[in-house]
Ligand binder design. Sequence first.
Ligand code: NAD
Ligand code: UFG
Length: 339
Amino acid sequence: MSRILLAGGAGYIGSHTAVELLEAGYEVIIADNYSNSCPEAVKRIEEITGKSVKAYELDIKDTEKLENVFKENKIDAVIHFAGLKAVGESVAKPVLYYRNNIDTTLSLLECMEKYGVNNIIFSSSATVYGEENPVPYTEEMNRGTCTNPYGWTKVMMEQILEDAAKANKDLSVVLLRYFNPIGAHVSGKIGEDPQGIPNNLMPYVAQVAVGRREQLTIFGKDYDTPDGTCRRDYIHVTDLAIGHVKAIDYVLEHKGVEIFNLGTGTPYSVTEIVETFEKVNDIKINHVYGARRPGDLPESYANADKALKVLGWKTERTLADMCRDTWNWQKNNPNGYNK
Ligand code: NAD
Ligand code: UFG
């Protein structure tokens, strides 16, 4: 069975993907510097699956250390999750973001070339559609203008991977454009564990629910949307993880570059998220309406037809599942992994 290297595999999406890959029979190796995660997540992956995971603590930018992983293991494919992802922080620290996100990609490509590994899946984002494309987004649209350095790193990394595939006809690249992953594994053992004040909506809601934050501010209610709040394509992280298993099957069998949106195709507003969380979990979320957050688009959602047609993948979990599983994780782990 194929052996998959998950760069940044201890993080939120990587840990859920590791579980689904192991359950599908793949062997998984994780390389992570734990800058935004912890070894406990790897233990929990093993607990859920009853399988062991080889984990390396290293900075993916450190090509020499990364080479050891390729030397010690015959790797069939790489999934590149290892990136910094806080939009606001990327505006304040652009150099850190460009250095980390671009260099991790280059190190991986260098090692892959040296050790004859030809398959890579990259964690891209809906953010690459930028400001000018209309919703719903389809994969053949041009990449647009981003509002922050984080988004630009995704645009640049997509370009780098496309150029690498142009130069090396043996290379197989899948760019997965995630929409808004939320939720947690149904066991409640792994989930999203942001450091400090959460930037994203669902972890903030969950921390209000568990009493770690006083109230949620909903950013803007004067958008040109049905209820005036922004709409996003929220996707259960387990559905997203299963999308990676399908993409691994695909990347191992093909050459060249393929792009897939991973979303549900159905947008929900911020108010709908709060109301659903309250209803499903029978808990009140203290909230107020505040000013718009700079850089937010009114709407972002996928046309998810291509992933269905080509990968045979579609989401199966509802918004209620996403809210229930988020709360199950948060209430069982009020302080996350306690790292
Ligand atoms: P995360 O922060 O939970 O996971 C990223 C992991 O990479 C962490 O474990 C972190 O410690 C590790 N990492 C970062 N830099 C590293 C380095 N130099 N060397 C080794 N490890 C490093 O984030 P996530 O939500 O799981 O996101 C995974 C990927 O998906 C990221 O590239 C992110 O940009 C992308 N993405 C996430 C979202 C989202 O909303 N969560 C949306 C679109 C795209
Ligand atoms: N929101 C609030 N209050 C909060 C946090 C968020 O009202 O405390 C709102 C935002 O204004 C937005 C919605 O909830 O309307 C979703 O915000 P998130 O920060 O959860 O998600 P974004 O859509 O802004 O960002 C996500 C990913 C980024 C990615 C971006 C664009 O986190 O990585 O989508 O695709 F770049």
